[in-house]
Structures are given as structure tokens and as C-alpha cells.
Design a protein around this ligand. Structure first.
Ligand code: ADP
Ligand code: ZN
Length: 648
């Protein structure tokens, strides 16, 4: 049953208006008269035209000059063609009367006979297009307002917020801090908010004001939404969740009215939490868009949000949490005291945190005894919480595909491989020549990373196509917070090793190195223009966080200098790569040959050819202990891919 709401009223009014419009267009005033009066008027010669219907009724139209006498109304009040409505005894008697009147010259107009139902037909055909337009309009509105996801969606609720609500006391979906692994710092900061919600009087009695909002800043998938939900779960208050992009709609004013609606709903349920994901969709700094005034809608939405945040008293118990991965592009007004004055950083998990996240997501899985959480955490540097959740799920799927009873270690390693590199494509057709080029290229990376002090330690090299990559070298990157110039240059040199090997040993260069070159170019621009690492432009950072900056913050001359420096840096490293490769030519060629034979080779194979790596680093020690520990297992299991290098 459709519920009654305001929209039905609108519909009725629209219907009445349409009816009036159509009825007016047809004619004008009508008046019922008796047959006697009718005869009288015909005899007086007032009749202009007569229509007789099959249900023994007659419409008589009056000559314009007599309208005033008959209707006793002003001509403009009676409409275009006023008529008189009469019930007659039978059509025959009417015929007789009319014939006589015509003979006597009292009626000279025309008589026509019509079927009554035609009237309705005519009416229907008149309004049909309007009905079609209305339905079309409703259809479009529905599509635009998100496609009737709640069933009761109608065009008049575009301005309603589409917030998802988690009621308090919902035990099945309740998320607490237990479900959020790691992130101890963030949890501690956010614990305060939980306390505010639980016992506000503790703070207000001392005259303190409860904060209105906190901004969770961090890369995607690190658990910002999860944390916000956990706050609601811990404090046991309702939770409104909405994405910043939900506010943005084609219609002007819709975003602002959604903000209003959201806050109205929240105030009714206070104390509660509003969570706005991706707040940068509306909170971007104002007045910076390139096409002037191009996004008034977003600005008015933001203004409304600011107004609402100022509008409610600090003790109303509504706390706003928002998530973004770029706090630097947000409007300053959002960040000032009294609004989102707290910023809580939610970073990618480190080794121990990854272990904790794995533990959370391994809980529901059926595992066999080979699974080692420690190893998994070590094999996934740079993974976010969401990536880890994905690994666990993917591993379960792989195990199921192999009809296993429990998920094993190899399933996890396969899952990690797959998430980093995409699916293996063993069937990709390749000529022997292509295969040789790819092998030389990958062996180039491997050789250089072996002999460069700061290059990431190698784990395995493969020429099995995976995803869009034709071959890959996997490294174990060090988890570090700052990077020195030497480290960056060594990495750049190792990345250029593929192209250098192609040039040296095949005599021609190929498109296979495009991906490498792109990375190198970007990196060197970053080093020179942003990190102040070039000799000609030392200690200068031209970083500009204004995303619409068309004016570069440096002169043409500097621009040329930057280009020069980039070219010089990349060339230097390329020459260095070629020199090292020439020096270790024999070993490199053996490596390439081995790759063609085995398709996958590991650090051990490289060691057998070149001898021990001159620079044994911390990460390598980890690798070695690992190899020993799992020596009873299949070799492949001990060396999972960690970071890769793709070829286009
Ligand atoms: P964000 O909002 O930061 O993009 P989410 O909170 O939506 O990320 O996280 C996505 C998923 O990743 C969560 O549902 C959860 O399964 C997993 N996840 C992320 N971080 C963690 C964590 N610290 N502990 C447990 N699971 C996590
Ligand atoms: Zn390469």
C-alpha cells in the first residue's frame, strides 16, 4: 500500500489544474435549462448550433450577440463558446420541432448528432501527452535520486539525506575497538570521543566543551570507516554514515538540503555520530576551481555544512567524524577550531599491526597448521587493512577452488601474488625472441639490484606474464620513513637496468621498458623539483598543493633548468647501469639463460651465479632465517613476491 504523504496532495492539485485547463479550452460556461425554455429560445432565434447526443440530451450554442441576455453574465466570464444543456423527451420530437423551426426561418444553424462517449475519448486524447510527460518526469527523478533503493523513493525526496543508519543496541552489526587491529594511536585519541558520548557531564561540569568533530586522515582501506563505527559501537549510540559524494547532485540546492536533513535526523537521535566518508568531495577549498563559479552547488553544500556545525550547541551530543585521504586540500574553514579541530592520522599498518590485522581476519577462516601469521605479515609490506582482508578472503577462495578442507600457507602466498600482480597468464603467446628480450631485461634488474648497495633486496624474478606485466622482479622493500638521495639514485639505476640490458645485449631497445621509464622520470622530477636534490637547484621545493595551479611557481628559466637536471640525472644513472652490467656481463647472461629455462628464479639462484651479495642488509637477514625455517617445504613457498616491477 502506498503511504499517504505530501506528494499525493501535489498530484491532486496538478490533476485539478490540468482538468481545468482542458475544460476551459473546450468551451466555456454551461447552464442547464428545461425543454420549454429551449423551445422558447429557438423560437426567438438565439440558437446558433445544436448538438444532439444519443442519450437524449442536447447542447445548444447561442449566437454571440445574444449571449449576454441568456447567461446574464459578462462576455469574458462565460468563455469562448458557452452552451446550454437540455434533456429532451426523444430525438424524434426534437427533430419535429427543429424542422418546423427551420421552415419558419427561426433556426438557420446546423444540427449534428454525436455519440456521448466521444466526449470522453476526446478528453483522454487531449491529456494523454501530459500524462506521459508526468510519468517520464517521475521516472527521471527516480533515476537521479538513486534508483528507489528504499522502495518508498519518490521524486519529492531528492532533498532527503541518504544516510545509512545503524541503530544503537544493534548487537549483530556492532563493531567495537576489538575489531580494529593496530591503530593504537588513533584509538587512543578517539577513545576520548567515546568518553564524551558516554558521560558528557564529566566534561561539561568542569566547563569544558565537547568537541564537535574529528577528521580521520589516511590512505584508503586503512580502517577509517571501521574506527568511526567502532566509536559508535563502544559508546552504544546511533551512527549515521554518508559519503561526501552523496551530497552532490545535479540539482542546485539539493546538497544543502541533504545536509540540513541529515543534521535534523541526527539531532532527533542525539547523542549520536555522523560519519562523512570522502569529505573532500564537498570540503575542497572554495574558490579554486578553474572554471570560475563552476561549482556553486558544492560551495553551497559546504556552506550549509559549516552553518550546521556552528548551529548546534557544543553540548548537543552530535559528533561528526569525517574521513579523507587528503587533509591538505580541504577548505581552511572546515579545519578551524570548533569544527573539525582534531585530526587523527590513520596510517598504513606496520609489521606488527599487519600481524594484528591478519589475526582479526583469520579468525573466521578454517586454517591448517602451515599458516604462519608472522610470515604473512612480513610478506605484505605496504598493504592496507582492506588489502589484508582481501588476501584472507582470496586465500579462502583459492583453497576452495582446490577442494581443500582448510586454508593453507600456499593459498595465502598465491593470494598475495595475485593481489600484487594480477592473474598469471601462462597462455599468453610469445615468440622465442620476445621471451629472450624479456629474460635479458628482467635479468638486468636482478643483476643491478644485486650489486647496488641501496637497491631493495631481490626475492624472485619471473618472466611468466601476470596481469598486464610481461615479467617482473619482486623485491622486499625496506620499511622506512625517510629516503636518502643515494637510496633513490640506486633504485633509479636498478629500474633502468632493464632497458640498459636490452640495449647492451640485444642491440635494440623496446617498448617493454616504458613502465620503468615512466617511474624513473617521475621520480627524478620529484627529487629535483620537490625534494631539492639537484646540484643546480639545491634546497628548493616547488611543491604546490593547489590542485588547479596552472601557473608554475617558478620561472621559465628554472623550468628549463629542471628539465636539464632531470635529463642529466636519468642519463647518469643509465650510464651507471650500463657500466655495472658490462662489468658483470657473464653472470647476467647466465641469469637470463636460467630465466628462459625455469621462468622463475629466486635469490638463491642469483647468489649461486654472483656469489654472496656484497651488501647484506637487514631485510636479507630476515629472508635467510625464513629460508632455513621452511626448508622442509617446497622452495617456492619460502619466497613470496613483495614488491614488483611491471613491464608494460
Ligand atoms: P577506509 O574507510 O579507511 O577506506 P575501511 O574502514 O572501509 O577503510 O576498511 C575497509 C575494510 O578493511 C574493513 O571493513 C576491514 O575489513 C578492513 N580493515 C581495514 N583496517 C583494518 C584494521 N585496522 N583492522 C581490521 N580490519 C581492517
Ligand atoms: Zn623493467
Amino acid at each position: 500500500m502506498p503511504r499517504f504523504n505530501l506528494s499525493w496532495l501535489y498530484m491532486c492539485i496538478a490533476g485539478i489544474l490540468i482538468y481545468l485547463y482542458v475544460a476551459n479550452g473546450e468551451g466555456g460556461m454551461t447552464k442547464n435549462i428545461s425543454y420549454t425554455e429551449f423551445k422558447e429560445m429557438v423560437n426567438k432565434g438565439y440558437a446558433d448550433k445544436i448538438i444532439a447526443y444519443n442519450d437524449n440530451t442536447v447542447d445548444m450554442f447561442i449566437k454571440p450577440q445574444h449571449v449576454k441576455e441568456v447567461f446574464k453574465e459578462n462576455a469574458n466570464r462565460v468563455g469562448r463558446s458557452p452552451s446550454l444543456h437540455v434533456e429532451v423527451g426523444s430525438i424524434e420530437s426534437l427533430d419535429n420541432f427543429m424542422e418546423k423551426a427551420q421552415e419558419e426561418g427561426k433556426f438557420t444553424g446546423e444540427i449534428s448528432y454525436e455519440k456521448k462517449s466521444d466526449m470522453f475519448g476526446a478528453f483522454f486524447w487531449n491529456i494523454l501527452p501530459i500524462i506521459v510527460i508526468i510519468f517520464f518526469w517521475i521516472f527521471i527523478m527516480r533515476r537521479m535520486s538513486g534508483g528507489g533503493n528504499s522502495g518508498g523513493m519518490n521524486p519529492f525526496s531528492v532533498g532527503k539525506s541518504k544516510a545509512q543508519i545503524y541503530e544503537k543496541g544493534d548487537q549483530t552489526n556492532r563493531i567495537t575497538f576489538k575489531d580494529v587491529a593496530g591503530q593504537e594511536g588513533a584509538k587512543q585519541e578517539i577513545q576520548e570521543i567515546v568518553d564524551f558520548l558516554k558521560q558528557p557531564q564529566k566534561y561539561t561540569e568542569l566547563g569544558g566543551k565537547i568537541p564537535k568533530g574529528a577528521l580521520l586522515v589516511g590512505p584508503p582501506g586503512t580502517g577509517k570507516t571501521l574506527l568511526a563505527k567502532a566509536v559508535a559501537g563502544e559508546a552504544d549510540v546511533p551512527f549515521f554514515s554518508m559519503s561526501g559524494s552523496d551530497f552532490v547532485e545535479m540539482f542546485v540546492g539539493v546538497g544543502a538540503s541533504r545536509v540540513r536533513d541529515l543534521f535534523r535526523q541526527a539531532k532527533e537521535k542525539s547523542p549520536c555520530i555522523i560519519f562523512i566518508d570522502e569529505i573532500d568531495a564537498i570540503g575542497r577549498a572554495r574558490g579554486k576551481s578553474p572554471n570560475m563559479g563552476g561549482n556553486d552547488e558544492r560551495e553551497s553544500t559546504l556552506n550549509q555544512l559549516l552553518t550546521e556545525m556552528d548551529g548546534f550547541g557544543s553540548n548537543s551530543g552530535v559528533i561528526i567524524l569525517a574521513a579523507t585521504n587528503r587533509a591538505d586540500i580541504l577548505d581552511k574553514a572546515l579545519l578551524r577550531a570548533g569544527r573539525f579541530d582534531r585530526q587523527i592520522h590513520v596510517d598504513l599498518p606496520d609489521l606488527n599491526e599487519r600481524k594484528a590485522v591478519f589475526e582479526v581476519h583469520l579468525r573466521p577462516l578454517k586454517l591448517d597448521t602451515t599458516v604462519d601469521v608472522d610470515l604473512l605479515a612480513r610478506q605484505t609490506p605496504g598493504f592496507s587493512g582492506a588489502d589484508i582482508a582481501n588476501v584472507c578472503n582470496e586465500a579462502a577462495l583459492i583453497a576452495a577452488r582446490h577442494q581443500k578442507n582448510a586454508v593453507g600457507k600456499q593459498d595465502f602466498l598465491d593470494a598475495i601474488d595475485r593481489i600484487i600482480g594480477g592473474l598469471e597468464k601462462k597462455t599468453k603467446i610469445m615468440t622465442a625472441g620476445e621471451k629472450k628480450t624479456i629474460a635479458l631485461h628482467e635479468a638486468g634488474h636482478a643483476t643491478l639490484s644485486w650489486f647496488l648497495e641501496h637497491a631493495n633486496p631481490l626475492i624472485k624474478v619471473t618472466i611468466v606474464p601476470r596481469g598486464r606485466a610481461l615479467g617482473a622482479a619482486w623485491y622486499l622493500p625496506e620499511e622506512r620513513q625517510i629516503t636518502t638521495k643515494e637510496q633513490m639514485l640506486d633504485e633509479m639505476c636498478a629500474t633502468l637496468g632493464g632497458r640498459a640490458a636490452e640495449e647492451l645485449f640485444t642491440g635494440h631497445i623496446s617498448t617493454g621498458a616504458m613502465n620503468d621509464l615512466e617511474r624513473v622520470t617521475k621520480q627524478s622530477y620529484g627529487m629535483i623539483a620537490y625534494a631539492g636534490m639537484s646540484d643546480q637547484l639545491p634546497n628548493l621545493c616547488y611543491y604546490n598543493n593547489d590542485e588547479y595551479a596552472f601557473n608554475k611557481p617558478y620561472s621559465e628559466k628554472t623550468a628549463e633548468l629542471i628539465d636539464e637536471e632531470v635529463k642529466k640525472m636519468v642519463n647518469d644513472q643509465y650510464e651507471r647501469a650500463k657500466a655495472i652490467l658490462s662489468e658483470h656481463k657473464e653472470g647476467h647472461n647466465q641469469l637470463a639463460q636460467l630465466l628462459i629455462e625455469k621462468e622463475v628464479i629466486f635469490a638463491e639462484d642469483v647468489e649461486r651465479i654472483f656469489g654472496k651479495r656484497p651488501w647484506a642488509s637487514r631485510s636479507e637477514e630476515i629472508m635467510n632465517t625464513e629460508t632455513n625455517k621452511d626448508s622442509e617445504n617446497n622452495e617456492e613457498e619460502t619466497t613470496a613476491p613483495l614488491s614488483e616491477d611491471k613491464e608494460a
